[in-house]
Every structure is written in structure tokens, then in C-alpha cells.
Design a protein around this ligand. Sequence first.
Ligand code: GCO
Ligand code: MG
Length: 406
Amino acid sequence: MAPVRIAEARVIVCSPDRNFVTLKLTTDDGTVGWGDGTLNGRELAVASYLTDHLSPLLVGREAGRIEDTWQYLYRGAYWRGGPVGMTALGAVDTALWDIKAKRAGVPLYELLGGRSRDGIRVYGHATGATIPDTVADTRRLMEAGFSAIRIQTDTPGTQGAYGVSVPGQVYDPSAGGHLPQETVWHTPSYLRHTPTLFEAVREELGWELDLLHDVHHRLSPREAAQLGRSVERFNPFWLEDPTPAEDQTAYRYIRAQTTAPLATGEVLNSIWGVQTLITERLVDYVRATVVHAGGVTHLRRIFDLAHLYGVRTGSHGATDLSPVSLAAALHLDLAIPNFGIQEYMAHTALTDRVFPHGYRFADGYLHPADEPGLGVHLDEDLAAHHPYERAYLPVARLRDGTVHDW
Ligand code: GCO
Ligand code: MG
């Protein structure tokens, strides 16, 4: 196949119910590749990184040289890594894989080694202000076909709990306004309340379901160990981000104290950030994603390292990752040997109209599109009707006003 060059790099920032940054690369034979560059609450930094710093380096480059481009942009910056740089790199890399697969006339997973499984098992999100509300929401998701469900509920004694949505709405913690929303966190209440949530779900809905829970970085290693021990008897599928993810060695203590399976990695963006977690087998699932961890090329490298140590994957898939990211994740999930599970929160109907896609959900599984490339597009005209709106993630404070991890 004759090599083609990148003729144009364009960044589209839109807000169809929430903000997304999308990279559109067009080659000189007219092939279009899409990449997601959304970094929730810091979107414009990535848009500028792409427009001002990477686009001039991309135009004229051979589109097929994906690894070379990755190394050129990563090492060439000198200032390597970091969420902004790695998200921008992720967008470029994803768009180049989309182009390569489209030009080859195959769905991306064919270039990654082909299918290793029939479908991608996903977990859904059950939430509620009270435990009975969360139990009811869990039942709703079971009836919709999910066999793995993340359970979150409001904790008495805190304000603005993580993971609890307005009833009937897609959960999205980011909010517009001049300043972030402030929430109040109280660890003792949370440690008392959470085991009762697991207990109620098991009592009402039985033991077949896989139950997940996201701690969202809020505990110390000792507190995390206490939580792990108190929910072990309910057979959790995983506890996610029990302590702030960047402190990899904190997991040594947690691991030694509890058999509850552990998952982390959604805020980590390079193989160096998960190296200790994987090589010391401190986690069971690595949750890095295509968009924030340098694209398909780098995530594959992380997943291959994980495979060597018996660690499985469980990629982040919240709605602040665009359908472009989800599509890319599905192709990789389908191909790798050590796939664990994929997070899936459906986007809003408007987001889905702006990003028409061919992946589909059936009976607890997602299936990537069978068309060439990623199988997702951006309707630029519709996107233009929904311009960027500034929004921030919340912050958390303790009862005395101290800033805590959100
Ligand atoms: C998850 C995540 C999200 C994040 C969000 C931040 O496990 O889905 O923790 O809910 O909070 O992606 O932008
Ligand atoms: Mg999470």
C-alpha cells in the first residue's frame, strides 16, 4: 500500500451535554482518522497542546508510521508524560490507528491480532441516594442484562457523595460555573456505611452478580485495608482506587491485609505509573485507558506488561471519555489475552447523535462495529451547534474544611 501523509490536523471542541475534545486527522488521500483528547475539567489545555504544539509536527508526516510518531512526540517533547501531554498523544495515536485500519479495510481489532473473544463484558453503574434506591437501581441494570454492576450510594454524614446521580440522569460529576462544586467527606461514616450496602445488595439480589465499588482515592492504606476486610465476605469483584493512585507502594500494605480484589489506574497515564503495581502484583486489574494513557500503542504496552504478571484489564469508561475512546477501547479489549472487564456508562442521546457509532450493547456485552477503522465518527455540523462550556470536577473537603481527595 502506497504511504500517505497527514494533510490536515484539526481539533474540535464541542459540548453535546458535556465537553469533548476530538482530533481529526486527514491524509492526502482523503482518509479521516478520529482521536479523543478529552481531559475532564482541563479540556482546553489538551486542545491547545494539540493545536499549538503537535499539529505543526504532524502535517506532512507519513500516517502509517504510528510507533515512530509516538516515540517522536513522546521523547521529542523532552517533558515526557503527564495527563495533558499523554492525552494529546493518545488522540494522535488513536486517529493514526483509525486511518491505518480504514486504509487496510478492516476493523481495528484485526490489526491488533484479531478477536480473542466473542464480546466485551462490561459493568454498569448503579447509584442511589439511599441503600434501597441503589438496590432498586442494581435490579434495573440486572434486568437490562448486566452481570457486573458497580454499586455506589450516598453516605449519611457526608455531602455530595461520589458516584450518586440525579435520578434518571446519566452520572456526570463535572458542572458548569465559575468555581468547582464543594463536597464534604467523612471517612468514618463511609467505612461504617459501605459494608451495609454490599450486604443489602447480596440479601436482595443474591450471589450471582459481580459487584464492584469505586472508593475514588479517598482512604489511607490502613482505612482501605479495613474496608477490604469488611466487604470480603460479600465477594466483591473489585475495590477501585482505594487510596490515591499515584502512591504505588501504598498498595503493598493494602495487599498484605485483605484478599479483596483491587483495581486502579484511571488517573495514571504511562507504563511507569503502573510499573510497581503490576510487577509486584499489587493490583488485580489495571484501569488505564486509551485516551489518557497515550493511545492504543502505549495502552497495549501496559496491558502486555500486565499479562506477564497475571494482572487483567478493566479500562475506565466513564461518560467523560468520548465514544471515540470507547470504540478504541473495545477493539483493544477484543484482541488482548488478559482482558478482564470494561466500564460502560451509556452516553446521552445527544452525545450519541454527535458521535454516530456502530458499537452495540447486548446481554451484558459490548460489540465493536465491524466497519473498517474504529467505527465511530463525528458529525461536525451538529457539534458546531454545541460549543464548549467551562466545567469543573468537584473538590472534596473534610468537615473542618481541609481539602481532601475527591
Ligand atoms: C469511574 C471514574 C469516573 C471519574 C471521572 C472523572 O470509575 O468511572 O472514577 O467517574 O470520576 O471519569 O472525570
Ligand atoms: Mg473510578
